[in-house]
Structure formats: C-alpha cells, structure tokens
Design a protein around this ligand. Structure first.
Ligand SMILES: Cc1cc2nc3c(=O)[nH]c(=O)nc-3n(C[C@H](O)[C@H](O)[C@H](O)COP(=O)(O)OP(=O)(O)OC[C@H]3O[C@@H](n4cnc5c(N)ncnc54)[C@H](O)[C@@H]3O)c2cc1C
Length: 393
C-alpha cells in the first residue's frame, strides 16, 4: 500500500498530529487489511490490534491525562480512526468507547466514575458500548421509551434497544433512558452505565451484511437494577450531556468514512496505474481517471470539514461544532459511498473479489450514510438550523 495521497494534513495539522498520523498508519500496516478482514469474516474481534493500539496510547488519546489518557482531543482520536481505516483496519468501537462514553464520563461523570472507567477506556483494557437507538423510535430519539424509575436509592431500567455495536466485547453499555423529573413529572433523557453481566440485561446479535470487527445487537432491559451511581451526570441536564457525546460520535463517524474512502481510492489508483487491457494502463483513460479525481476532491473536502468540526469541538464551541459535525458526517458519508463505488468499478471483476477487499467496503461505507444519524436527518438539521427553513416533521 502506498502512502496516503492527501496533503491537507500538512496544511492544518501540527507536527505532533502529523507524527501521530504516520505512527498509526505504521501500526495499521503491521496488521493489514487481509488480517483484519479474515478476523471479521471468522466472527472474531481484532483484539491484537485493539490491545496494541491501547498500549501505544492511541485509543485514549482524547481522554484527560490525569486518568491515563493522552490529554489531546477529538481531532487526534479522529486521526487515529482515519488512519486505521485508510490502512484497512477500521475499529468502529473507537467511535463509541473513547469518543462517546469516555467524553461523557470525563465531562459529566463524578470523580469516582472517572477513576473507575477512564483509565481502562484509555488503555483499551475496558470497553464501553453506547445505546440510544430503539426499534420504535428510530431517528426520533425524542421518542425513546426506555424508562429509568427510582426504587429507593436504586434505579430500575426497562426497555429495548437495537443496532447497538460491540456489546459482546464491552464491559458495560452507556444507555440513554428517560427518567421522570421529580418537579415537573416530565420525562428527560438520562445516561446510565450498565455492566454487561447485570441481571435482566440480555442481548442478541443481529445478522448483518457487514465485514466488520463489531457486531450489532438487539437489547432487552427488564427491570435492570442499578445502584444510584450508575447515573452519569445530572438528571436534569439530559440533552446537553447527551450532545457532548453525540458530536464526537458524528466527527468520528466522518473519520471512519474518510478512512474507508482513502483505502478504496488507494487500492483503485494502484490498480489503475498498472492494469493494462489495451495498450495503456486503464488509469490513462479519462473515463477511469476523472471519476477517481473527483472522488479524491470530495474526500479531501469532507476531511477538511471533519477537521473543522473536530477543532471547534476541541475548542469548546459545542454549538458550532454541532453544525460542523453534522455537515462533516454527511459529506464524508456521501464521499465514501461514491469513492468505494468508483473503486469497485475501476477494478472490474476484481472489485468484487475478497482478495482486494473492496466489495466489503460497499456495505461498510453505507453505515456512514445511516448512522449515527441518517443523511436525511442531517439535511433536516441543516435546512432548519443553518438555513432557517420551516420544519417538515
Ligand atoms: C452498523 C450500525 C451500527 C450502529 N451502531 C449503533 C450503536 O452502537 N448505538 C446506537 O444507539 N445505534 C447504533 N446504530 C443505529 C443507527 O444510529 C440508526 O440505524 C440510525 O439512527 C437510523 O435509525 P433507524 O435505523 O431506526 O432508521 P429510521 O429512523 O427508521 O429511518 C429510516 C429512513 O427514514 C428516513 N427518515 C426518518 N425520519 C425522517 C424525516 N423526518 N425526514 C426525512 N427522512 C426521514 C431516515 O433518514 C432513513 O433513511 C447503528 C446502526 C448501524 C447500521
């Protein structure tokens, strides 16, 4: 695999960030796409890569240094995920464990919760999944019906979740539920850490057409009894706390898409340079070269937007970061789907073989269009919040 053909990194990244990029790319190259896809097809987790990335400090690069993290930001964590993806070893769990759960606990957890969870999330010895999506609520998270009721000092959690990634390899799940506001009686979103072995918490794998390290699960919560300190953050600050985790999730999903897109483009360009069917390499035909060039521009633009969103988030501007993160997730999801489609086309029949690993990216990159928020919901957001158009739903 050749070096990344992109230059934006040198424009806006510090020397430390560029060094991180190179180091993570080296790590991904040591494992490689063939190893990664063989693991995924065998239904195994990429544990060796995860452990090594943890040991090298990449998994918790965004978490506070006093709890074992790297003390950097989402900018750096996005670099890690993008480079792993560009090297053919994308670890979707980075979106969830350090980016959402680690961020929420670091920002809103108690000192005890931070000490309990962050060092393990930072070095990768512990993992936390995240569950908001519900079968009956879907994109409308305001309609989630998983309820947390008080029972003495304890909480009782009841509800259902769907498409929750990586539960089988997680120590716990950070669930979004609704609790009742004691003063108004209204239901508010609240966040609870639920260890995987808690009685009443069951999960079942959903068969997915994805070649990925992580599986997705349906979850059943039946009067799951939790101690008072399972609640993360303030019961009253629900949405604000939630978005502290959801903006990093969007930025990281964008990085995931960009990594896959770069992987696809690199594979296609290498192939188009050498594959000769008539008298010249196929890459000399503009019918092959121009669409690839167009994809490279779109990926680069999406990457720039992702860097902007990450910088805004790390600078503490949550509001601006929200808009940029939505735009970045949209742009990266679209660019990745087009890049993979064009890469598959460039390889002809080889685009569909397991050897080149491109066909698997067709479904993987679709994830960036659907999750964690669909492209239609991003368009709704931009139409309303950026353009000030009336809401249609
Ligand atoms: C691989 C994968 C991993 C995932 N991991 C997690 C995870 O770890 N944790 C988690 O909580 N969730 C996870 N999800 C769930 C994901 O966030 C949801 O699938 C996503 O939010 C969409 O919800 P839905 O599937 O219910 O689609 P729906 O909400 O049913 O939407 C279906 C379609 O209708 C469109 N639509 C809905 N409402 C509108 C509207 N008002 N205007 C225009 N169009 C609309 C949508 O855009 C979409 O195209 C994952 C999903 C996938 C595929």
């Amino acid at each position: 695999m050749s070096a990344p053909r992109t230059t934006a990194g040198t424009l806006v990244e510090t020397p430390e960030q560029q060094a991180l990029r190179r180091a993570v790319a080296d790590l991904a190259a040591r494992f490689g796409p063939a190893w990664f896809q063989a693991k995924a097809r065998a239904g195994e987790y990429a544990d060796e890569l995860w452990a090594e990335a943890g040991k090298l400090g990449y998994l918790g690069v965004n978490l506070p240094a006093e709890y074992g993290g790297g003390g950097a930001g989402i900018t750096e964590l996005a670099i890690v995920l993008e480079e792993l993806g560009a090297g053919g070893c994308p670890l979707l769990m980075l979106v969830v464990s350090p980016a959402i759960c680690g961020t929420v606990i670091a920002r809103y957890g108690t000192e005890e919760q931070r000490r309990r969870w962050l060092p393990g999330l930072a070095d990768g010895t512990r993992r936390m999944a995240f569950g908001i999506t519900e079968p009956d609520a879907g994109s409308n998270s305001h309609r989630i019906s998983t309820v947390a009721r008080r029972d003495g000092d304890d909480w009782l959690l009841t509800g259902r979740k769907v498409f929750i990634s990586g539960i089988d390899h997680a120590d716990a799940v950070l669930f979004v539920a609704r609790s009742e506001d004691a003063r108004t009686g209204r239901l508010r979103p609240s966040l609870f850490v639920v260890p995987r072995d808690t009685p009443g918490f069951e999960y079942r794998a959903i068969p997915m057409e994805l070649v990925a390290a992580e599986k997705q699960f349906q979850v059943f919560l039946d009067d799951v009894r939790l101690p008072a300190d399972a609640l993360v953050g303030d019961e009253d600050a629900g949405l604000l706390q939630l978005f502290a985790g959801l903006n990093p999730e969007r930025i990281m999903t964008a990085a995931f898409s960009i990594g896959a897109a770069r992987r696809a483009l690199d594979t296609a360009v290498d192939y188009a340079r050498t594959r000769t069917v008539w008298d010249t390499p196929i890459g000399a035909h503009q019918g092959i070269a121009h669409p690839l060039a167009q994809c490279a521009i779109e990926v680069e633009l999406a990457r720039l937007m992702t860097q902007k969103a990450a910088h805004l988030y790390d600078a503490g501007d949550d509001l601006a970061a929200g808009e940029a993160a939505n735009m970045a997730k949209y742009a990266a999801g679209e660019a990745a789907c087009r890049a993979v489609d064009q890469a598959v086309q460039t390889l002809g029949g080889n685009g569909l073989t397991q050897e080149y690993g491109l066909a698997a990216l067709l479904t993987v990159t679709r994830v960036g269009r659907v999750a964690p928020v669909s492209r239609e919901m991003v368009l709704n957001y931009v139409a309303q919040h950026t353009l000030g158009l009336p809401r249609s739903y």
